[in-house]
Each structure stands twice: as structure tokens, then as C-alpha cells.
Design a protein around this ligand. Structure first.
Ligand code: PMP
Length: 397
């Protein structure tokens, strides 16, 4: 029976990263996969997470299942982190959340809830968006419409195009927004632009679904959720998919949450019960380890400060790399790369053609996506000159 199934092609991003690992060149650079890497090219464990882990391992008395909604300290800590401790929606108990296996699990549970409320609803996604959004939401039965977002010539957001396209979104539609650090393009909305989207949602009745996978890696923990919080203040319903993969370095522990901001406390409770039933259909209970660690970090003032400081240092390093990359690239080419400094988070398109991205890989062992999306955190003091010189060489042809 099973032999009818053909071999599937390798995931394009993971395939490039594994090709880089087997490349013998001593100069090779992996700018493909979205993980934070430090100056030594290592994806580190946060100090606060390591400390929380030591106490958890010493104190843990059971491996019995988690509650279906996950760890209470984690859910409470994450709600405050994302929405702010002064959030009116939190004070009114209009928010519920379920711990999920990573941000992917949160996106999936969010999609299940949307589809339960409005089967086959239309979800508007940015052009481009993170490619995994499509199978994650689409396999539930949701349908897609695209709104214009990144403009390759100006290397920025085509906000007029976005507004024009979203002008066609109405009641019963969902608009998927990247909370910060847009993946793949790094171009984010300004607060004024978030406000325009909130106006449109109020007027037209569509519901925002905000994917926040990089809080703290753009400008800072508070700044990166200012747009999202504005939506929550103004609108009766918002779904949020949050991830602790990047900002707590918990990637493999699969730690995230789906948050439901609703029009009443009663409906928030109903949505949580629906989310638990949806999770039961797919994987039953969430994994424990990562959320127990994150819950401890968020609940302990000393660990939290330690974590915030380390995260802020990562954020500054990425922004410093963006500045250095612009000046090194401009020393080696006659192009304006200033847009890299205006973009946020781990990703930017370099604005190269597919052929140029392939030439960088084949001639210089520099691995980036063929769209020329790079993981800025893969750049470091030891490889930045080689990278900029190679881009210069490829652009000269
Ligand atoms: N959304 C976006 C835009 C992402 O880039 C990622 C991670 N690459 C996620 C969600 C989910 O990440 P995870 O499931 O690892 O938490």
C-alpha cells in the first residue's frame, strides 16, 4: 500500500544548509537557516535558560502529562510579555492562551480555530511571506489571498499596494501579519501604518492573525510589539501566534503559544476549550521542557533581567552587523545597500538575482536562499570581508 508514495524533494532551506555543511571550503558561510548565531558561529543557550534548566532538573518530580492548555506560569508570563502587563484586554480577562509546540503549533491551532468558526475562510498573506505559512494554514482548509507587501526596487514596504489589496478584505476574512522582523524581507510596518491597518480592520471587519516569532530581535521587547498591541487595544478579536524559539533560544524544545484576544471573557474561555479540542485531535498535550524553562525565566525577576540583557545584546549585535554590512558592501560595489540598515531582525534580501545567488554559492561557498535572503546573524567579524568581496566580484560579473 505505501509503495505508491514517491520520494519528496528536500526542503529547499534545509537542503542548502546541509549542502553547506558538506562543502569542504574553509571560507564557506551559511546564511540560510533562521537561527541566531553568535560571533563564533554558534547558536547559544541563554544563560538564564541554562540556570532555569539546572533548577528544573534538580526539582522536577514527575514526567506526567502537562495540562492540555500547558504550563500556567508560561501562559501567564507570555501573555504579559506579548500584550504588556497593563493590557486592558488582560485586565478584562478577554485573553486566553494555549501552550503549543513552537510558533508553528500556534499557527496551526490558530488556523484550526479560524476554520471551526468560518470553514474555508480567506486568509490574506503578504507577498512574500514565510513559505511554511501556506501548508500550515492551508492543510486545515483555509484559503489564501495575497496582498502586496515588499517592493524589490525600493527595498521597502509597498504600503499603498498593501492598503489597496486589503481594501478587498471584509468581515469573515483573516489578515495574517508579521508582528515584527518580517520573514523573509525584514521590512516592517511603522506604527502609523499599523494604525491604518487597525482603522481598516475596524471599518471592514476583518480579523488580524499576528505571527510574532522574533519579539526582541528587531529593536527591543517592547518596541517590537507596539504595532500588535495597538491592534489589540482597538479591535475586539485578534489571534496571536507567539514563539520562544528565537528570543529564548528554545528552538528544539518547541515552545510557543496561541493567544486569543476576544470580545468577552466568556468567549475567551470558549476559544480555549476549542483550542484544547483541536490540540487533542492533533497531538494531545504540549511538550513540557521548554515551556517550564520559559515560565521560570519569565516569573523570576533576576532570571528575567538576565534574559532581557542577553536578548538586547543579541539585538544590538544584529543591528551592528547590519550597519557594518552596508559599509563593507558599499566599499566593494557601486550599489546602495542602505536598505539593509533600515530592515529589522534576522533577515534581508540582498537584492541579487537568482543567478548571482547561485554564483556566490558555486564560486565562493556562500550559501543564501536563491531569492538572496540572508540570515544576518550568520555574518561575523571573521567572514564579513570575504562575504562583501565575493558579492563585489559576482556583481562585477
Ligand atoms: N513564523 C515565522 C515567520 C518564522 O520565521 C518561524 C520560524 N522560522 C515561525 C513562525 C515558527 O517557529 P517555531 O515553530 O520554530 O517556533
Amino acid at each position: 500500500m505505501l509503495d505508491v508514495l514517491p520520494q519528496m524533494p528536500e526542503d529547499s532551506i534545509l537542503g542548502l544548509s546541509s549542502a553547506c555543511r558538506s562543502d569542504p571550503s574553509p571560507n564557506k558561510i551559511d546564511l540560510t537557516v533562521g537561527i541566531y548565531m553568535n560571533e563564533e558561529g554558534v547558536c547559544p543557550v541563554f544563560d538564564a535558560v541554562r540556570l532555569a534548566q539546572q533548577s528544573l532538573v534538580a526539582e522536577e518530580t514527575t514526567k506526567a502529562y502537562m495540562a492540555p492548555a500547558g504550563d500556567a506560569a508560561f501562559n501567564q508570563g507570555l501573555q504579559r510579555l506579548v500584550l504588556g502587563s497593563g493590557s486592558a484586554a488582560l485586565a478584562d480577562a478577554r485573553v486566553s492562551s494555549i501552550q503549543t509546540p513552537g510558533g508553528c503549533g500556534a499557527l496551526r491551532i490558530g488556523a484550526e480555530i479560524i476554520n471551526a468558526a468560518a470553514p474555508g475562510a480567506r486568509v490574506w498573506v503578504s507577498d512574500p511571506t514565510w513559505p511554511v505559512h501556506i501548508p500550515l494554514l492551508g492543510s486545515v482548509g483555509l484559503r489564501f489571498e495575497t496582498y502586496r507587501y515588499y517592493e524589490p526596487v525600493s527595498h521597502g514596504v509597498n504600503f499603498d499596494g498593501m492598503v489597496e489589496d486589503l481594501g478587498r478584505a471584509g468581515r469573515g476574512d483573516v489578515v495574517l501579519l508579521h508582528g515584527c522582523c518580517h520573514n523573509p524581507c525584514g521590512a516592517d510596518l511603522t506604527l502609523e501604518q499599523w494604525s491604518v491597518i487597525a482603522d481598516m480592520a475596524e471599518r471592514q471587519g476583518f480579523m488580524p492573525f499576528v505571527d510574532i516569532a522574533y519579539q526582541g530581535l528587531g529593536d527591543g521587547l517592547e518596541q517590537d510589539v507596539a504595532g500588535l498591541r495597538l491592534l489589540v487595544e482597538r479591535l475586539p478579536e485578534v489571534i496571536i501566534a507567539a514563539s520562544c524559539s528565537k528570543n529564548m533560544g528554545l528552538y528544539r524544545e518547541r515552545t510557543g503559544a496561541a493567544l486569543f484576544v476576544s470580545s468577552s471573557a466568556e468567549n475567551a474561555r470558549a476559544l480555549l476549550s476549542q483550542a484544547q479540542v483541536a490540540a487533542r485531535r492533533i497531538y494531545s498535550m504540549p511538550p513540557a521542557h521548554g515551556a517550564l524553562l520559559a515560565g521560570r525565566v519569565l516569573a523570576d525577576a533576576e532570571l528575567k533581567t538576565n534574559w532581557e540583557d542577553e536578548l538586547q545584546a543579541m539585538c544590538w549585535r544584529i543591528n551592528g552587523l547590519r550597519t557594518s554590512l552596508v559599509s563593507k558592501l558599499e566599499q566593494n560595489t557601486d550599489r546602495d545597500f542602505g536598505f539593509i540598515e533600515r530592515e529589522k531582525g534576522m533577515f534581508s534580501f540582498l537584492g541579487l538575482t537568482r543567478a548571482e545567488a547561485i554564483a556566490l554559492r558555486e564560486k565562493h561557498s556562500i550559501y543564501m536562499l536563491e531569492s538572496s535572503r540572508i540570515n544576518v546573524a550568520g555574518v561575523n567579524g571573521a567572514n564579513i570581508d570575504y562575504l562583501a568581496e565575493a558579492v563585489g566580484a559576482v556583481l562585477r560579473g
